[in-house]
Structures are given as structure tokens and as C-alpha cells.
Design a protein around this ligand. Sequence first.
Ligand code: GRF
Length: 201
Amino acid sequence: SNIVVLISGNGSNLQAIIDSVQNGAIDGCVSAVISNKPDVYGLERAEKAGIPAIAVDHSQFSSRSDFEQALIQTIDQYQPNLVVLAGFMRILSSEFVQHYLGTMLNIHPSLLPKYPGLNTHKRVLENGDKEHGTSVHFVTAELDGGPIIAQRSFHVTADDNEESLQKKIQQQEHKLYPEVVSWFCSGRLQFKDGKAWLDQQ
Ligand code: GRF
């Protein structure tokens, strides 16, 4: 498969995916990394791996739709069959989502459908939840609301704070996201009738 990854920052999930491509766990290649913010570390990671690293700076466009048109043009130059959102922090319109429906994944730091949106760790702590975790889902027009493909969870302990939760989540994400991407690339994972289907092998 031909994968394009969209980021906005550090890109540690991007790195996990690049590593899994390089060690053969993902049958595919990352053909481009695109960030809506210039000068983020994730773009450096791409360059180090020899992958085209492109900024499409949302602040340079006067409307969301202009930005998204430029983003679509940039992505589609690479003709990906999978678009991976890895810490991409812009809300996408339903037109954009429709263009990649069934071929775009996102990772979110909560056990969806709990806590879509921002500040998930804070809300987990405020509510005294005993469990927290991460979810990978197909992207639909509903923010963090598309069909869930896989989740990993862990117990929240009395001494956890936002920082420790973030650390634990990221450790799980770096295993889970490459795994889900590998399922998609091998044809095991599909989007059909608005649902996620995973072939059990
Ligand atoms: C991840 O925790 C992801 O769940 C959230 O943003 C973070 C991105 O981290 N959407 P990184 O840029 O991959 O390091």
C-alpha cells in the first residue's frame, strides 16, 4: 500500500509507522508526510527516513475550504490508498472526509465513544475513571465518531496525572497504530456499509 501520513507535531506515531514499514511489519510504504504546521519535529523524522516532508500551512489560507483543497491536491499527488492521521490537529470538513471515506484512519487518546475532542486525560482524571486508553477508527464526518477498529486500555492508578497518562497512552499507541495500519495494508481491514470489518485469521 501507498500511505500518506498527516501530522501537526512531534510525530512519534509517524515514527512507529515508519519503523514498522522498515522492519517489514507493514506491507507498504510511506510516500509522503504532510503537516499543517511548518517546523514541527515530525517533518524532520520524515526527512531523516528519506520521505518527502511537506508543509501545507493552514494559517496561509483564508478559509478552511481553501486549505482543504490545497491539502487534497498535495495528498492526491501521491495517489495513496491509505491516509493516516497521526496527531493531525485540524478539524476536517465532511467534504474532505467524504473524499477519503473508508481509506482514512485516526488515532485518538481515549476509549471512544468516551471523550471525543481535546483534553481527554484531564477529563478522565476529573471523572475518576478507573480505565483509560486509545482508539483507532475510520474517519467520518463526526469528530472522533467514526467506526472503531481497535482499542487498548490500561488501569488508571491513584498517582496518575495528565503527564503519566499521556506516557502510558503513547506506549500503547506506538504498538496499536502500526498494527492497524498493517491490517489495512494486507487487506484484512475494510470499511463497508459504514462499518469497520476485520478478517479474523
Ligand atoms: C497522540 O497521542 C494521538 O492520540 C493524538 O495526538 C497525539 C500525537 O502524538 N491525536 P505524536 O505527534 O504522534 O507524537
